[in-house]
Design a protein around this ligand. Structure first.
Ligand SMILES: Nc1nc2c(ncn2[C@@H]2O[C@H](COP(=O)(O)OP(=O)(O)OP(=O)(O)O)[C@@H](O)[C@H]2O)c(=O)[nH]1
Ligand SMILES: [Mg+2]
Length: 249
């Protein structure tokens, strides 16, 4: 399945004059697909990296994200949600596209590719979802007389197999994780490292390591027969909270 998505996106790149790669402002480096970027640049096409969901990060963090991205890509901050940065993006498309042009929109699953297309168009023309992997085929949207936008299914680099990382950046859904408890423990460690007070605030817990899931299970009354803490259910709570943006790192 993933392979056919990848080849479809490869075809979209070949057919496009300009490519917008949509990355997540919270994880700009992790959601870049360098192999696809090279394909675009090597074929002499303009690459615009849209750092989307800028509404979810501080200005400092956004600036740092931009520093990491070097030429020849053009970098635009965007919040498809608040429709910020849309004019600048329009300008970049206009600058590159003299005459008629096809603009392919690519990127990791769930970075907001379809939302960016809606923001450019100024109304909802393609469907979006909280779930990763929502757009499954390519969709054409006429932006104006000159520009045709192409929405694409999200793809991850073929050698990226770290399911926790994919989950962290929103590219993998909770129900598709192989080991939920392991992912939850890694997530807890990640949040504790970056925002030490968050777990206490959210779940009222202070512990570390595997005990944390037991504590959460007890606090949330997720108990199995005999009062054994249901750590799998606790893992589900933590993972869902992260996926819904209810946990801050
Ligand atoms: N806060 C915030 N959320 C956004 C923004 N853009 C998109 N989202 C949300 O991110 C989720 C994914 O958006 P989509 O536009 O469906 O993402 P996509 O890249 O098309 O996803 P796939 O088709 O699954 O690859 C949705 O819940 C959107 O509402 C943004 O700028 N800010
Ligand atoms: Mg989509």
């Amino acid at each position: 399945m993933r392979k056919s998505f990848a080849s479809r996106v490869g075809r979209i790149i070949r057919q496009s004059d300009i490519v917008i790669e949509v990355v997540d402002a919270r994880f700009p480096e992790e959601t870049r697909n360098r192999a696809l970027e090279s394909k675009v640049v090597d074929s002499g096409k303009k690459l615009i990296i849209a750092i989307n969901k800028a509404d979810l990060v501080s200005k400092e963090r956004a600036k740092r994200a931009k520093r990491g991205i070097s030429k020849p890509a053009v970098c635009v901050f965007l919040s498809a949600k608040d429709r910020k940065g849309v004019k600048r993006l329009m300008r970049e498309i206009g600058i590159a596209g003299k005459g008629k042009s096809v603009v392919g929109v690519i990127g990791y699953p769930n970075t907001g590719k379809s939302s960016v297309i809606n923001a450019l168009k100024g109304r909802k023309v393609v469907r979006t979802s909280r779930k990763a992997g929502f757009t499954r085929g390519e969709q054409l949207v006429r932006l104006n007389q000159e520009v045709m936008l192409v929405d694409s299914p999200g793809v991850i680099p073929f050698n990226e197999r770290d399911e926790f990382k994919l989950f962290l950046v929103g590219a993998k859904n909770v129900q598709d994780l192989g080991d939920r408890e392991l992912a939850a423990l890694k997530l807890i460690e990640f949040v504790q490292k970056n925002n030490s007070g968050e777990l206490k605030k959210k779940y009222g817990i202070l512990g570390k390591g595997e005990k944390v899931l037991e504590e959460i299970a007890v606090k949330r009354k997720k108990l199995l027969k005999g009062g054994v803490p249901d750590t799998n259910a606790a893992a589900g709570i933590v993972l869902e909270d992260w996926a819904r943006g209810r946990l801050k790192d």
